[in-house]
Ligand binder design. Structure first.
Ligand SMILES: Nc1ncnc2c1ncn2[C@@H]1O[C@H](COP(=O)(O)OP(=O)(O)OP(=O)(O)O)[C@@H](O)[C@H]1O
Length: 410
């Protein structure tokens, strides 16, 4: 056939954001060689922006005029998409901005979002995820994707794929220096880490995703949607909207944990004033405020852990199929736990089994569908990995935001 049958598609103009430092530093090459020819076939026009440094895209997206673009497409790993989405939600017009469908083309090491999307579409992710992802962009249907809000006492970020503490976070974060190896970095670092895995102490509370609790969440979401629809709030960025009530700050006696008062939450916003508010209003949230204990319908586990993971895509990379049954927009956070009392050799077993998702059948692994969680680390050990990016270890809680974003799909 001479031409691909794209004539029926509407013409679109896209903002393409490329991270030349992603993975094996091939993202720009991937764009020129594998993406451009297909976009041209699709009669799509685009403007390219190259990420210049960490946080560049976060700042760029916060302020750029998006009105001329139908879509924003990243050619990168998940870290850049994380910056992009947090940038969208930091805009004064975030309510409109978050509705712009976003395309994800894998150019990084993990590429969990792109792999998970293509896996859900039944595409062979490992063979040619790039072509499959470009076709998603060209076809231009959308798939909703839930967003998880992670909150500390004085800051917040939004996450699309995972929140990790413990051995897997160590693998993801410590292998950064091996980024030039691509995804192999996870396998190598994983083997090394599993020889002497560290344990992490803390108190973890969570709200199970039971039918009853889902009803509560639906009610909370509706209340928030109503507030949004009635436009009761000024055009603040999302975090100001979520945290507009300042009254809870100052009584953060939560378990007297000194980490609660530690320094900044993460470095995404290190160059900016931190978000202005405190806590999102209780009537629209499942999360307790920091001066409150979790309510009685939450469960709490205290002790040592090898792995605490919250995952909301089926695959974080080809090596990390952490929550294989996760769907893009099923309003579920999958909690994955490996407790500190299990023999160390089982941690290696877990890491190997996770490659194919078979860890879900291991008796020593807890896989719990939840709606919200609170983690109080008892020591400042290791870092959190949020969508593969470093975040300082400190008390954190999370829940699913009451609105979704849209990912280009077919
Ligand atoms: N020009 C740049 N030079 C160096 N680092 C950059 C640059 N632009 C962005 N970054 C940072 O690169 C990091 C990783 O980006 P990205 O997620 O695209 O690739 P990856 O880590 O290889 O893939 P994945 O997150 O899927 O494992 C992010 O922290 C981002 O802030």
């Amino acid at each position: 056939c001479d031409r691909l049958p794209y004539d029926i598609l509407p013409k679109r103009h896209m903002l393409v954001i490329i991270n030349p430092a992603s993975g094996r530093r091939r993202a720009h090459e991937i764009f020129k060689e594998q993406v451009v020819p297909l976009l041209e076939e699709g009669e799509i026009t685009w403007e390219v922006v190259l990420s210049k440094e960490k946080n560049f895209v976060y700042n760029y997206i916060r302020s750029v005029d998006l009105s001329v673009f139908n879509n924003i497409v990243s050619v990168s790993g998940d870290g850049l998409v994380y910056e992009m989405v947090n940038g969208l939600l930091a805009r004064s017009d975030w309510r409109e901005a978050i509705k712009i469908p976003v395309g994800v083309i894998p150019g990084g090491s993990g590429n969990g979002l792109a792999f998970s999307l293509n896996e859900a579409l039944g595409e062979p992710t490992v063979l040619d995820c790039v072509t499959s992802s470009v076709l998603n962009v060209i076809k231009g249907d959308v798939q909703k994707k839930h967003i998880i809000l992670l909150q500390t006492v004085d800051d917040s970020v939004c996450s699309l794929s995972s929140f990790l503490w413990g051995v897997i976070a160590d693998i993801v974060l410590d292998s950064e220096v091996l980024r030039f190896l691509g995804e192999v970095r996870y396998g190598l670092t994983g083997t090394f880490k599993s020889l002497s895995p560290s344990k992490y102490k803390g108190r973890l509370s969570f709200l199970r995703a039971t039918e009853e609790n889902r009803v509560k969440m639906a009610r909370a979401r509706k209340a928030t949607a109503d507030r949004l629809n009635h436009n009761q709030f000024s055009n603040n960025k999302l975090t100001q909207y979520l945290y507009e009530d300042q009254s809870f700050i100052g009584s953060t006696s939560c378990h007297n944990n000194p980490l609660l008062h530690s320094t900044k939450f993460n470095d995404l916003k290190e160059n900016h004033a931190s978000s202005s508010g405190s806590l999102w209003k209780t009537e629209t949230s499942l999360l307790p405020t920091w001066d409150q204990h979790v309510s009685e319908d939450w469960e709490t586990i205290e002790g040592e852990f090898y792995v605490i993971g919250c995952s909301y895509v089926s695959r974080l990379s080809t090596y990390l199929a952490l929550s294989p049954s996760a769907k893009f927009d099923d309003d579920t956070i999958w909690l994955i736990l490996v407790r500190g009392h299990v023999p160390r050799v089982l941690v290696m077993h877990f890491l190997i089994a996770m490659r194919s998702g078979k860890h879900v059948n291991c008796s020593f692994v807890d896989m719990i569908p939840i709606l919200a969680f609170r983690l109080i680390p008892f020591e400042k050990k290791g870092g959190f990995a949020v969508d593969g990016e470093y975040m300082e270890c400190r008390p954190v809680q999370g829940e699913i935001l009451p609105f979704s974003m849209e990912i280009l799909s077919r």
